[in-house]
Design a protein around this ligand. Structure first.
Ligand SMILES: Nc1nc2c(ncn2[C@@H]2O[C@H](COP(=O)(O)OP(=O)(O)OP(=O)(O)O)[C@@H](O)[C@H]2O)c(=O)[nH]1
Ligand SMILES: [Mg+2]
Length: 353
């Protein structure tokens, strides 16, 4: 049971690979594919609206346990570089670099490109990722890729298991009304275990509700552990009140004004007070204004690339989050590299949760 984001630049072979790994399902700015055979269940997320918008990329990464970074024979383009920066800022540890369209390349060129990627990734969280050549035309490398995915699945499954005793948390990615059933949401359990009849709250709307029933791959179950992709029928909330990014949990912080301990990307123009930017956290996003920056306790008006600083942001709408969530600050107006900084909550916020 593993959720996989297939990312990369435009025309890098993402959708072709996704279609070979699973069956196409729901399609919005992300396209879902799934595969289930015995114990093996894969959920694949193709951020089809990327690179036009960074949001589908952030959504896919927040939904995934692991990443397949697709690089075609022509090499990395600006968007692939931006994907690497996103992976590194989010601190994503599990993934594979997939050299797509291997039938259009040759062993010498593949090795030469693999050496280049290794050099490029050596200072990032992707430094130990396998690099694998695959063709969806000739099926070269597909079995090896699936085997490597299974190995990573085992690792992420054991990490999910370690959260079993923690309070449950579900990230909602789709919601709709089903005739005769009522409000249904789709999402992923990212922590703990949920049970039928659990009474929890949807954040940031702070609506108390009950889990009426749980389905995993269209089969009714009594409970679902961390890592599961679930469909939930909910009592006490209408589907139209629930949006992608809402979180089912016992307790979340909610705020529209926070201070983040930030690492400013080395590959960004830096950050300045007064600028209007965008923030992503889990599956939520919102415009923000940078209202203050401090370095070593001193207020400053701007910081350069590579800085560490405290950044105070005023968010257009209230977001829900926990202490472990990474916030990504982004500038949608930058033409090439839009991710500016990654931040964590520095201290407990005075949240109204
Ligand atoms: N020869 C060959 N062509 C491939 C392979 N995989 C994908 N292609 C072709 O490459 C082109 C791009 O592939 P897609 O899978 O659409 O790539 P994508 O990253 O989803 O592209 P966008 O969503 O448009 O950014 C298509 O014309 C595919 O038919 C492959 O393994 N071999
Ligand atoms: Mg595509």
């Amino acid at each position: 049971m593993v959720s996989i984001a297939i990312i990369g630049g435009e025309g890098s072979g993402r959708s072709s690979l996704a279609a070979k790994l699973g069956k196409k399902g729901n399609e919005t700015d992300i396209t879902m594919y799934d595969f289930a055979k015995g114990e093996q269940i894969l959920t694949i997320i193709d951020p089809s609206g990327y690179p036009a918008s960074p949001k589908p990329l952030m959504t896919a990464l927040a939904m995934a346990d692991m990443v397949l970074l697709c690089i075609p024979p022509k090499g990395m383009d600006a968007a692939a570089g931006e994907c690497v920066i996103a992976i590194d800022l989010l601190g994503i540890k599990h993934g594979i670099v997939v050299q797509t369209m291997a039938d259009m390349s040759n062993p010498y060129e593949l090795q030469k490109n693999a050496n280049k990627f290794m050099a490029m990734l050596k200072d990032t969280t992707a430094r130990d990722w396998d690099i694998m050549a695959v063709s969806t035309n000739t099926f070269e490398g597909m079995e090896e890729l699936k085997e490597t995915i299974n190995n990573l699945d085992a690792i992420t499954a054991s990490q999910h298991l370690q959260t079993a005793d923690q309070p449950p948390r579900v990230m909602i990615d789709h919601s709709f009304n089903v005739k005769g059933i009522g409000s249904v949401v789709l999402g992923r359990v990212t922590r703990g275990t949920i049970h039928k009849h659990d009474k929890l709250t949807i954040y940031p709307i702070k609506r108390e509700m009950e889990i009426r029933s749980i389905q995993m791959h269209d089969i009714d179950v009594a409970s679902a552990p961390s890592g599961s992709r679930v469909g939930l029928a909910l009592k006490g909330v209408q589907a139209k009140e629930v949006n992608r990014g809402h979180i089912i949990s016992a307790e979340e912080m909610c705020s529209d004004d926070i201070e983040l301990e930030c690492n400013v990307s080395r590959f960004s123009p830096g950050l300045s007070v007064g600028s209007t930017l965008h923030v992503y956290v889990s599956l939520q996003s919102s415009p923000v204004k940078v209202s203050g920056i401090t370095v070593d306790g001193q207020s400053v008006t701007e910081v350069t690339a590579g800085s560490q600083c405290m950044v105070h942001i005023s968010i257009e709408e209230e977001l829900a989050f926990s202490a472990e969530d990474t916030f990504i600050i982004s500038d949608l107006n930058k033409p090439r590299q839009r991710f500016i900084a990654a931040g964590l909550l520095q201290r407990k916020q005075g949240a109204g949760a």
